[in-house]
Design a protein. Structure first.
Length: 460
């Protein structure tokens, strides 16, 4: 792979280094692959991976870049993308050239319009109402062909749900969900109102909804925008939840835009599902192949473990990896007779293969020394403060080095936040609020272990 990357002619993509003046203008500061972010552990790049789908060759190429240019690890995000950390300040051109050669930079202007999650097990386990891969391909092509879509921020999120409700539960800005009657539902933010549309028109409808959002964010739903009365001054919103009026006025505007485009639409009320990530372990498929679902401890993986995954995908699977928004990896297409042994091999290198793993349900921000805002080395503290395995049904737990809580899960979870005194504050998040008063715990491992274990016990 090193030789293959080196032999490719550089396409001369435009890129910005962390000290570039473009970093100092106001607006979307989210890093990408062409605009790096300076962290305390070096520069950081976020790689656009729509739907979390990587070929084995692309995955190998990212590993090679991480080893050669960064800290040697790959870090998964809660959007199913990849971060490379510890990059040298002058590596931008080489990094961009390598990713372009692997097909991971289909459009320079859209590389930060990257957040498209999809049901990771779609088409693999016999569940779901339709395979969403055609939606993924169509939406990605439409986004990359849209000049308006370049205005979407690096935080804007599309979700493509095959009907099982897993990624519909993530609160994306625009969600498509397959229905059993052959149609699709379009949801805006976390509203319970949806628009029923023909499934074949779903990707176009999703892009239209995103373009309506951009008009709303730029106009503030002003009188000149077609969104009703308002100041027209512009909200500068990056996500639907940031709009001053919330998602309701945007939903109405999207319905009007879809009808004006000639799409048959019907408004319905459909609650947001609870959702759940893929179960860890062997996922039985309808044919003679299975999928393997594994987690990465704290969402990061070194070159040895990553190569174990890519070699398995290439030699015994379908030649691809599916990255999940729960910082896991699905390897599809493994022959059924090989699946148990392959899972054991993944467990042997330290990947999370079942709910009884100590790392199951545990996540954390990058913490010290990578983040200057962090008050603690949360990853080391998390590693020191868990028992041999969580109880059945244990709540997820997320460790944060500061009040920003970067990368925290959705739904019900245990919130562990570092404090300025060297201790932590624990609370349980339920239904968007906190249950009871936070508990302050000193940084001693035994005290943290007991407190976190007690907080993770689910309600009866």
């Amino acid at each position: 792979m090193v030789g293959m990357l080196a032999a490719m002619p550089p396409p001369a993509p435009r890129f910005a280094q962390p000290d570039d003046a473009r970093f100092r203008v106001r607006g979307d500061a989210c890093p990408g692959a062409l605009r790096l972010h300076r962290a305390d552990d070096g520069a950081l790049a976020r790689v656009r991976v729509p739907g979390g789908v990587l070929t084995a060759d692309q995955a190998d190429g990212l590993r090679e870049l991480a080893v050669r240019l960064g800290d040697g690890e790959l870090h998964l995000t809660s959007r199913g993308n990849v971060q490379l950390r510890g990059l040298g300040a002058e590596c931008g051109g080489e990094l961009a050239s390598g990713m372009h050669g692997m097909g991971l930079l289909p459009s320079e202007r859209h590389e930060r319009v990257r957040n498209v999650v999809a049901s990771p097990l779609s088409g693999l386990d016999g569940r779901g109402e339709r395979e969403v891969r055609p939606w993924l391909s169509a939406l990605d092509a439409l986004v990359c062909a849209s000049g308006e879509a370049t205005g979407l921020s690096g935080r804007f999120l599309f979700a493509l749900d095959d009907g099982r409700g897993d990624v519909d539960a993530l609160g994306a800005d625009v969600t498509l969900r397959a229905r059993g009657d052959g149609d699709a539902e379009l949801r805006i933010g976390a509203l319970e109102s949806v628009v029923r549309i023909p499934a074949d028109e779903a990707p176009r409808a999703a892009l239209l909804a995103a373009e309506v959002f951009l008009a709303a964010a730029g106009s503030g739903f002003g009188s000149d925008s077609g969104f009703g009365s308002g100041s027209g001054s512009g909200s500068g919103a990056w996500r639907v939840a940031d709009l001053p009026g919330g998602g309701g006025p945007l939903f109405d505007a999207v319905v009007r835009r879809l009808r004006a485009a000639g799409l048959p639409v019907a408004r319905e009320s459909v609650p947001v599902p609870g959702g759940a990530p893929p179960a860890l372990g062997v996922v039985a498929g309808p044919g003679d192949t299975d999928a393997l679902s594994v987690g990465l401890p704290l969402g990061r993986v070194d070159a040895v473990r990553w190569r174990t995954l890519t070699d398995l995908a290439r030699e015994h699977g379908a030649g691809e990896l599916r990255l999940t928004p729960w910082r896991g990896v699905v390897v599809p297409g493994v022959r059924r007779e090989r699946a148990p042994g392959a899972l054991e091999a993944l467990e042997a290198v330290g990947l999370v293969t079942g709910p009884r793993s100590p790392w199951s349900g545990v996540s954390a921000c990058i913490g010290r020394p990578g983040c200057a805002k962090s008050l603690a080395d949360v990853r080391s503290d998390a590693a020191s403060a868990f028992p041999a395995g969580p109880p059945a049904g244990a709540l997820p737990v997320h460790w944060s080095g500061c009040e920003r809580r970067c990368g925290h899960p959705r739904g019900e979870w245990v919130d562990v936040v570092a404090g300025p005194d060297g201790g932590y504050r624990l609370s349980v998040v339920r239904d968007g609020g906190r249950s009871g008063a936070p508990v302050r715990v000193a940084g001693a491992p035994d005290a943290l272990t007991d407190a976190v274990a007690a907080a993770r016990v689910p309600r009866t």
